[in-house]
Design a protein around this ligand. Structure first.
Ligand SMILES: *[C@@H]1O[C@H](CO)[C@@H](O)[C@H](O)[C@H]1NC(C)=O
Ligand SMILES: *[C@@H]1O[C@H](CO)[C@@H](O)[C@H](O)[C@H]1NC(C)=O
Ligand SMILES: *[C@@H]1O[C@H](CO)[C@@H](O)[C@H](O)[C@H]1NC(C)=O
Ligand SMILES: *[C@@H]1O[C@H](CO)[C@@H](O)[C@H](O)[C@H]1NC(C)=O
Ligand SMILES: *[C@@H]1O[C@H](CO)[C@@H](O)[C@H](O)[C@H]1NC(C)=O
Ligand SMILES: *[C@@H]1O[C@H](CO)[C@@H](O)[C@H](O)[C@H]1NC(C)=O
Ligand SMILES: *[C@@H]1O[C@H](CO)[C@@H](O)[C@H](O)[C@H]1NC(C)=O
Ligand SMILES: *[C@@H]1O[C@H](CO)[C@@H](O)[C@H](O)[C@H]1NC(C)=O
Ligand SMILES: *[C@@H]1O[C@H](CO)[C@@H](O)[C@H](O)[C@H]1NC(C)=O
Ligand SMILES: *[C@@H]1O[C@H](CO)[C@@H](O)[C@H](O)[C@H]1NC(C)=O
Ligand SMILES: *[C@@H]1O[C@H](CO)[C@@H](O)[C@H](O)[C@H]1NC(C)=O
Ligand SMILES: *[C@@H]1O[C@H](CO)[C@@H](O)[C@H](O)[C@H]1NC(C)=O
Length: 367
C-alpha cells in the first residue's frame, strides 16, 4: 500500500503554526509516558496519538516502549495536527479504495520504505533529553537520535537524527544577561533540519522519560536527492544534479558524509558553464567530507583549538574551518560561510554555504 499523497499532504499542508503555550504539566511522579498520555482529562492534548497506537496490534512495540521502564524522549503530535493528518489519510484511503475499518492507518502501511509504525518510531528518542536543561548547558542546537534505526531507512545505523533548536541566536545564548532575562521564554523547535515544528508543551516528566507535544508531524530524513529538492536556496545545486545524474546517485549511495552544498548565488558566481563532467564531479567531491559533522560537533571541536579545525575532502584536499566564538559563524577555507545548517539525510548531513570552496581564494570573509 502507498501513502505517498497522504504523506506529502501531511508534509506540505499540515505544518500548522500554532501559538506556543509551553505549559509545564505536573504529575504524580509515578506514571509512565503511556499512563500520562492516556490518563482521562489530561491536558496534554494528545488523545489521537494514543488512539492511533491502540488502533492496530502492529503498533504494540511502540506501546511497549512507552509503558516499559526506560529513558526516552517523545515528541507527540497534538490532536490538532493529527486530526488534520487523519482527515487527509481518510480522503486518500477512500479515493484509493483502501479498506479502512477505523479512523487510523494500519501500522504496516508503507511509503518509501517507511511504515507508518516507523514514522511514529522516529518521534521517540532513546535518551532523556530535557529541553530546558539544554538551555542551562549553553547548547543552542542539539542533535539527538531516534530509536528508529532499521537499516532500510537509517543508512548510518545511529538512529535517525532529530534536531532540537530554539529561537535564540548563538550570541544571545552565550550572553548571560540576555539569557537571564529571556531564557525561560525561549521557544523550541524540532525536526529534520529543514522541516521543523514547534514544541507546544515541553519536558513533561514520566518514570520512563519525557513528553513534548509538537504542532506538526516529524518527517524523517530522506535520500540526499529527495531532500535537496526541498531545501530553499539550492535550485542551482538541484540543476547540477539534473545535468549530472552521477552526482546524485553517488550522494544517494554513499554513507557517512558531510556535504557543504553551495547556495544558488554561490554557484552562479562560480560560473560552471563550460566545465566538463570530470571537473564538476571534482568540484562536488571538494565539498564532500567523510564523517557526519553536525554544527555542534564542529563548534565543540574548533573551540578547543582557538576556533580552528580542519576538514579533508573526498578529493583529498584539507581546508581549515573557523568558528567565531561570539557569533557562532562557521567559515570554511576562509571564504565559505555556513548559512543553513544541519539538514539531515538518511546517510549523512548537509550544510548550505554561501560560496564555493576553492583552493585559490584571495578574499577573506570579515567576521
Ligand atoms: C496553559 O495554561 C493556561 C493557563 O492555565 C491555559 O489557559 C491553557 O489552555 C494551557 N494550554 C495548554 C496547551 O494546556
Ligand atoms: C509506582 O507504580 C508502580 C506500578 O504501578 C507500583 O508498583 C509502585 O508501587 C508505585 N510506586 C510508588 C512510590 O507509588
Ligand atoms: C535510565 O537512566 C538512569 C540514569 O542514567 C539509569 O540509572 C537507569 O538504569 C536507566 N533506566 C533504564 C530502564 O534503562
Ligand atoms: C475490510 O476489512 C475487514 C476487517 O479487517 C474485513 O472483515 C473485510 O472483509 C474487508 N473488506 C474487504 C473488501 O477487503
Ligand atoms: C528502499 O530500499 C531499497 C533497498 O535498500 C532501495 O534500493 C530504495 O532506493 C529505497 N527506496 C527509497 C524511496 O528510499
Ligand atoms: C542536565 O544535563 C546534564 C548534562 O547533559 C546532566 O548531567 C544533568 O543531570 C541534567 N540535569 C537535569 C536536571 O536534568
Ligand atoms: C529539566 O531541566 C530543568 C533545568 O535544569 C529542571 O528545572 C527541570 O526540573 C528538568 N525537568 C525534568 C523533567 O527533568
Ligand atoms: C547582552 O544582552 C544584553 C541584554 O539584552 C545587552 O544589553 C548586551 O548588549 C548584550 N551583550 C553583548 C556583548 O551583546
Ligand atoms: C522525573 O521522573 C523521574 C522518574 O520518576 C524522577 O526520578 C525525577 O526526579 C523526576 N524529575 C523531576 C524534575 O521531577
Ligand atoms: C536517490 O534515491 C531516491 C530514493 O531512493 C530516489 O528516488 C532517487 O531517484 C535517487 N536519485 C538518483 C539520482 O539516484
Ligand atoms: C561563464 O563561462 C563561460 C565559458 O567559460 C563564458 O562564455 C561566459 O561568458 C561566463 N559567464 C559569466 C557570467 O561570466
Ligand atoms: C565515519 O567517518 C568518520 C570519519 O572518517 C569515522 O571516524 C567513522 O568511523 C565513520 N563511521 C562509520 C560508521 O563508518
Amino acid at each position: 500500500m502507498q501513502i505517498g499523497k497522504y504523506l506529502s499532504l501531511a508534509l506540505l499542508g499540515v505544518s500548522a503554526v500554532v501559538a506556543q503555550t509551553q505549559n509545564q504539566t505536573q504529575n504524580d511522579n509515578n506514571s509512565t509516558i503511556y499512563d500520562l498520555l492516556s490518563a482521562p482529562n489530561n491536558n496534554l492534548n494528545a488523545s489521537r496519538f494514543i488512539g492511533l497506537v491502540n488502533s492496530d496490534t502492529g503498533y504494540q512495540p511502540i506501546i511497549n516502549l512507552l509503558k516499559n521502564p526506560g529513558n526516552l524522549t517523545c515528541f507527540v503530535p497534538s490532536d490538532g495536527v493529527l486530526n488534520k493528518v487523519l482527515t487527509v489519510w481518510k480522503a486518500y484511503a477512500k479515493q484509493h479504495k483502501i479498506n479502512v475499518t477505523g479512523d487510523y492507518p494500519p501500522a504496516n502501511m508503507s511509503y518509501n520504505n517507511y511504515t507508518v509504525s516507523d514514522l511514529i518510531t522516529y518521534h521517540i528518542v532513546g535518551d532523556r533529553v530535557n529541553l530546558t536543561n539544554l538551555t542551562d548547558h549553553n547548547i543552542s542546537v542539539s542533535v539527538v537520535h531516534s530509536v528508529l534505526n532499521n537499516s532500510k531507512v537509517d543508512h548510518l545505523g545511529t538512529g535517525l537524527p532529530i534536531l532540537i533548536g530554539n529561537n535564540a541566536s548563538y550570541a544571545e545564548f552565550h550572553n548571560q544577561t540576555w539569557m537571564q532575562a529571556n531564557g525561560s521564554y525561549l521557544e523550541y523547535e524540532v525536526g529534520n533540519g529543514h522541516d521543523d515544528t514547534d514544541v507546544d508543551i515541553k519536558d513533561v516528566n514520566a518514570t520512563n522519560g519525557l513528553i513534548n507535544i509538537i504542532s506538526s508531524v516529524l518527517i524523517p530524513p530522506m535520500s540526499p536527492t529527495t531532500v535537496i529538492k526541498e531545501v530553499d536556496d539550492l535550485d542551482g545545486f538541484e540543476e547540477l544534479l539534473k545535468k549530472y545524474p552521477i552526482i546524485g546517485s553517488t550522494l544517494n549511495s554513499t554513507t557517512n558524509f558531510t556535504l557543504f552544498a553551495p547556495a544558488s548565488d554561490a554557484l552562479k558566481k562560480a560560473n560552471l558553464t563550460g566545465m566538463n563532467n570530470d571537473t564538476i564531479q571534482d568540484l562536488v567531491r571538494s565539498h564532500l567530507v567523510e564523517g557526519v559533522y553536525y554544527t555542534p560537533n564542529i563548534t565543540a571541536n574548533a573551540l578547543t583549538n582557538d576556533g580552528n579545525t580542519n576538514f579533508t575532502t573526498f578529493s583529498n584536499i584539507t581546508f581549515p574551518a573557523y568558528v567565531n566564538s561570539t557569533s557562532g559563524y562557521i567559515t570554511l577555507n576562509k571564504t565559505a560561510r555556513i548559512v543553513d545548517s544541519n539538514i539531515f539525510f538518511n546517510n549523512g548531513v548537509m550544510h548550505v554555504v554561501d560560496s564555493i570552496i576553492s583552493n585559490d581564494t584571495e578574499h577573506d570573509h570579515d567576521d
